[in-house]
Design a binder for this molecule. Structure first.
Ligand code: NAP
Length: 437
């Protein structure tokens, strides 16, 4: 793109949103200019917000901040639009309008890229402009760029990550302090690590959007969000960490996209038992990590801050600078590779951890083993814990050998019906790593 928007002197930037990330991006641009240390010359021309009366933490001339969309979209002085509002509506329409008016767009918005990303990328290609979104997954960690560019020669076997900082903070506290979910959630909310409405994080939606974005890139396959298996962390209990640790595991919310040459691509988000010795088990607090396995490169490991204003601004500005310097290569829309068929979760095979509260009397385990056996599931080990002599019940913790998800779900239905089983407390999947699972 040429013209006064990107004339080799300075690139005009228009911001849609000036909240946590928008303010950090604007501040970084302004400060680097003040220090006369810009990688390229960027000029914040205008910012669009919802409420102009709100106090801002950025020292941007108030005349540049408005609710006037026209100050950014289709403004000839704006070469790159940075969308930092979030959500699908109206972000999808605003991004589309910017692309159609010949403006490049950089966004940190995982939800719009997960739900409508294919349409937006097609619009960008049709209009010969860039749409970049490094900040939409794993904040400051460069993961989109490597998948889009550096790793394209590989057949990607799996992308597995801890890509939601809020849930990782909660699960880490539960693991280290033996605390319960509700208490740790309240603490995370008081630190500002969790929203007042934590649904997007704790129920796995945020991770679902992010893995949809990564799966599309890694597997040149559109993965509709609703096809991704999703389970959050509300049902993980302090006890499960205790028992998992005795068995050599910890528990993390994993987002996984994995191909199997016979049956296709399975994308899933759920809490999983992870062997303590694999690197993913040591990713703690609000950190994020992504492990990519490619046929040529082997296993790659990316770890770092998955959110926060500065790390996210780092990713946003990396995209902006590539476009402004004219070094961006957009390969995100076209691929000669055939898309994968999508696998259903019921075909997934793994070991399972089952915790149930059962009557403490002979024959209980035999009943459960029979139900599992009928579903073609064999038991690997059993722990009997926390026997409550007064009430006559105990925790039964069962680890199975690898089994099919469909079989396990049918067995769980039958286990719940057994007279001797008071409660089915937990069913967690064990993630397979190389030889160890
Ligand atoms: P935020 O603090 O809530 O800021 C949102 C901004 O968008 C606000 O300035 C708001 O205006 C403006 N806005 C919202 N709806 C609008 C509308 N209809 N018209 C005009 N302006 C509108 O959000 P954030 O945390 O900066 O997140 C922004 C994006 O970055 C999201 O897509 C998020 O998922 C992504 N992201 C965030 C982080 C992070 O650490 N926060 C990390 C990675 C990615 P007002 O200020 O007037 O309300």
């Amino acid at each position: 793109m040429t013209s006064s928007r990107m004339n080799g002197q300075s690139t005009g930037i228009g911001l849609l949103g000036l909240g946590v990330v928008g303010s950090a991006v604007a501040t970084a641009i302004i400060e680097r200019h003040r220090l006369e240390d810009p990688v390229v010359s960027l000029d914040v021309v205008a910012a669009v917000v919802r409420d102009v009366s709100r106090k801002r933490v950025v020292s941007l001339d108030s005349s540049a901040i408005s609710t006037n969309l026209g100050s950014v979209i289709a403004n000839p002085a704006v070469g790159i639009v940075i969308e930092l509002m979030g959500g699908v509506d109206p972000a999808f329409d605003y991004i589309t309008s910017a692309l159609k008016s010949g403006q490049h767009v950089v966004t940190a918005n995982k939800e719009v890229m997960a739900k409508r990303g294919s349409e937006l990328l097609a619009t960008a290609a049709e209009n010969n402009v860039h749409l970049f979104y490094e900040a939409s997954v794993a904040g400051g960690i460069p993961i989109i760029g490597p998948l889009m560019n550096d790793l394209t020669a590989n057949k990607i076997q799996s992308v597995r990550g801890i890509i939601n900082g809020t849930t990782n903070f909660i699960l880490t506290k539960m693991a280290h302090e033996g605390a319960d979910f509700d208490d740790v959630l309240a603490e995370a909310q008081s630190f500002g690590y969790a929203e007042a409405d934590p649904t997007a994080d704790v129920d796995g939606f945020d991770a679902q959007y992010k893995i949809a974005v990564l799966a599309r890139l890694a597997y040149h396959t559109d993965v509709p969000v609703e096809t991704i298996y999703r389970e959050g962390i509300r049902e993980v209990h302090a006890k499960d960490f205790r028992y998992a640790s005795e068995l050599g595991y910890t528990i993390k919310l994993l987002a996984v996209a994995q191909v199997n040459s016979e049956s296709g691509l399975l994308t899933r988000v759920h809490p999983a038992l992870i062997p303590l010795e694999v690197p993913m088990a040591s990713v703690n607090g609000v950190l994020n990590a992504v492990e990519v396995e490619g046929d040529l490169v082997g296993s790659l490991w990316f770890q770092g801050p998955g959110a926060g204003p500065s790390p996210t601004a780092s990713a946003v500005l990396g995209d902006v600078i590539r476009i402004a310097k004219g070094t961006a290569i957009d390969r995100s829309t076209s691929s000669n590779r055939k898309p994968f068929s999508l696998r259903s979760m019921s075909d997934h095979k793994c070991k399972y951890y089952i915790r149930l509260t059962a009557s403490d009397r002979p024959g209980v385990l035999a009943n459960v083993a029979r139900v599992l056996g009928d579903a073609d599931i064999s038991i690997n080990s059993v722990l009997q814990k926390d026997t409550d002599i007064e009430n006559g019940h105990a925790d039964l913790v069962i680890m199975t050998h690898p089994a099919l998800e469909a079989n396990m779900q049918s067995a769980v239905r039958s286990i719940r019906e057994l007279d001797t089983v008071l409660r089915m407390d937990s069913l967690l999947r064990v993630e397979t790593y190389g030889g160890r699972s």
